[in-house]
Design a protein around this ligand. Structure first.
Ligand code: GLV
Length: 320
């Protein structure tokens, strides 16, 4: 049974251990995202591939890997980088890593929310540059977080973990989701709203939808225009869910107060107008990046590969 497993990036050892102990011939490609040519070359003959968000795993990739390819395990909860339809056509199972990164990613969403509201990035830049001259009664004031209204767009596992944090801050919780989440409504006291109404109602908007054709630019100029002038937008989902150019304009015009971003439309590029702005906190896609969670993600992805290659059902299959 054992065969070649390609791991596209250097991942935590715990994940590699699962694959090695199962007897696979493991190739770890690179620390940095591999160039396309090198990625395709390395895929030849692989039965299993452990990919990350930086690799495009499409039909061409699967064809180059060859007919022996049985599983692509994406070490992420999002799998917009994998062409699941192409995989289904070729009988390749695709898996992701849900459930192990919710709390960790919610921590980062809340970190960005607090930092954007209370202007931590701007304040720290000022201090480090030696420009902090005195304590001031009006220095770096931003809106309160506690007791305010939060609107969660996409009340899945991560959105719910954000809602739990918001409750701890005494916030009123609103959400928009394609389907109503009645249990979460009961447990979290969350209220469903149409997106437009939610944007007009809340002080903080945190986005937690997967990237699909329906959610691309879900938050654009029109939606930003509905938000309150003191509102803060946080995105830890996928960059293209927010129209970056429109966001940069809204931040420049002061039509919203601030934003906190962990994801971008063309990572690792960040819209130049965002880089210029003080009222946006920019993190380099670190949502799930705790030591413990990255171990869990690597292990889960490896276990999914092991299961499929042993002819067992994987824990986290995804469908188109
Ligand atoms: C990371 O971005 C993930 O989807 O897990």
């Amino acid at each position: 049974m054992p065969g070649k497993v390609l791991v596209t990036r250097e991942i935590p050892e715990a994940g590699l251990r699962v694959l090695k102990e199962a007897g696979f011939d493991v190739t770890v490609l690179s620390e940095a995202p591999p160039a396309r040519d090198g990625l395709l070359e390395a895929a030849r003959g692989a039965k299993g591939v452990l990919s990350t968000v930086t690799e495009t795993v499409d039909g061409e990739f699967m064809d180059v890997a060859g007919g022996g390819l049985k599983v692509v395990a994406n070490m992420a909860v999002g799998y917009d980088n994998v062409d699941v339809g192409a995989a289904q056509e070729r009988g390749v199972v695709v898996t992701n890593t849900p459930g192990v990164l919710d709390e960790t990613t919610a921590d980062v969403a809340f970190m960005l929310l607090l930092a954007a509201a209370r202007r931590l990035g701007e304040a720290e830049r000022t201090l480090r540059a030696g420009r902090w001259e005195w304590w001031g009664p009006k220095l770096f004031m931003g809106p309160d977080v506690w007791g305010k209204r939060i609107g969660i767009v996409g009340l899945g596992r991560i959105g719910q973990a954000v809602a739990r944090r918001a409750r701890g801050f005494g916030m009123e919780i609103y959400y928009h989701n394609r389907s109503r989440k009645e249990e979460a409504e009961r447990e979290l006291g969350a209220r469903w709203m149409e997106l437009d109404e939610l944007l007009e109602t809340v002080d903080f908007v945190s986005v937690h939808t997967p990237l699909t054709e329906e959610t691309r630019h879900l938050i654009g100029a029109e939606e930003l225009g509905k938000m309150k002038p003191r509102a803060v937008l946080v995105n830890t989902s996928r960059g293209p869910v927010v129209d970056e150019a429109a966001l940069a304009e809204a931040l420049e015009a002061g039509s919203i107060f601030a934003a906190g971003l962990d994801v971008y439309e063309e990572e690792p590029k960040v819209h130049p107008k965002l880089l210029e702005r003080e009222n946006v906190v920019l993190a380099p896609h670190i949502g799930s990046g705790s030591i413990e969670t990255r171990d869990r993600m690597a292990v889960l992805a490896a276990e999914n590969i092991r299961a499929v290659l042993r002819g067992e059902p994987p824990k986290n299959p995804v469908e188109q």
